[in-house]
Design a protein around this ligand. Structure first.
Ligand code: G1P
Length: 292
């Protein structure tokens, strides 16, 4: 019997240039969506799928990620004093998560970041979660991908149909539908122009990968943008094994982009029972103002 997947890699060493100057000295991953930093949504998603061994690939100016998932004795003492039990429980929940940190050193691309996790992952299959793609907790994308992996024993990439005007922001696949939402991938291109895109199916930030990707990443040369691209490494993997895509049609927020970040903030605020009491009427008032 094969063991279930337990490990999830979170690349978090990027410079977050789309959010400058906010990200000059603090990590993009720590920007809050309502009251949780972006990365916490991804970590909670991993835990809900029993991916209990987490590695975060960090870099310069990323120390606050480690502090966030660590004990804060002063804060706990203060909350105890003021009788804020619920907040203490919420904060303590984070401390119990088993997280390892690996520094990327140089931000040489997603493929390079994943390769840095090799000593932690060794010879097991693993998940990759790009935390700026936020998937709401009621969705089952990662669970479905893990179930598909169990059946296929092949790398699985999360796919979403995107409009051709957005396609240049993604890795894009060429594939054949096997059944339902499952596609056998024939080719992948990192961030093609609309005219060179092999389809409208983009790779989004959830992957199930097998450890043979490390042998390819070890020898990988920089690709698009001078970075070692995970997409290129997966294309090389196609020579030796099948790779599948799982077409997702649920909700996703690209919170690495300002507009996506705002959409996530608004939707999560509306789902927050306390906040929505005041936020919903406020939004209606704003809409009214725009309608004139
Ligand atoms: C990365 C990958 C790209 C993928 C995207 C999903 O790009 O390189 O293939 O489509 O994540 O979010 P990035 O957004 O880091 O530029």
């Amino acid at each position: 019997m094969t063991k279930g997947i337990k490990k999830a890699i979170f690349p978090a060493a990027g410079l977050g240039t789309r959010f400058l100057p906010a990200t000059k000295a603090s990590p993009k991953e720590m920007m809050p969506i309502v009251d949780k930093p972006m990365i916490q949504y991804g970590v909670e998603e991993a835990l809900s799928c029993h991916l209990n061994e987490i590695v975060i690939i960090t870099g310069k100016h990323k120390r606050s990620i480690e502090d966030h998932f660590d004990y804060s004795y002063e804060l706990e003492a203060q909350l105890k004093k003021s009788g804020k039990k619920q907040l203490i429980n919420e904060i303590n929940r984070l401390n119990r998560i088993n997280i390892a940190y690996i520094r990327q050193g140089y931000a040489l691309g997603l493929g390079h970041a994943i390769f840095r996790a090799k000593p932690f992952v060794k010879d097991e299959p693993f998940a990759v979660i790009l935390s700026d793609d936020i998937i709401p907790p009621e969705e089952t994308l990662l669970k479905d991908m893990l179930a598909l992996y169990k059946e296929m024993k092949c790398p699985i990439l999360a796919l979403e149909k995107v409009s051709m005007s957005e396609i240049h922001r993604y890795g894009v696949i060429d594939g054949v539908k096997e059944h339902d939402k499952v596609f056998r991938i024939n080719n992948l291109i990192e961030k093609p122009d609309a005219k060179n895109a092999p389809s409208d199916m983009a790779i989004i930030g959830r992957y199930i990968l097998t450890p043979d990707i490390f042998d390819i990443l070890e020898k990988a040369r920089p690709g698009r943008g001078g970075e070692v691209q995970l997409t290129d490494a997966i294309r090389s993997l196609l020579k030796t094994r099948q790779v599948y895509g799982f077409l997702y049609s649920g909700k996703r927020y690209d919170a690495g982009d300002k507009f996506g970040y705002l959409k996530a903030t608004v939707d999560f605020a509306l789902k927050n029972p306390e906040l929505s009491k005041v936020f919903r009427p406020y939004l209606l008032e704003v809409v009214k103002r725009f309608r004139g």
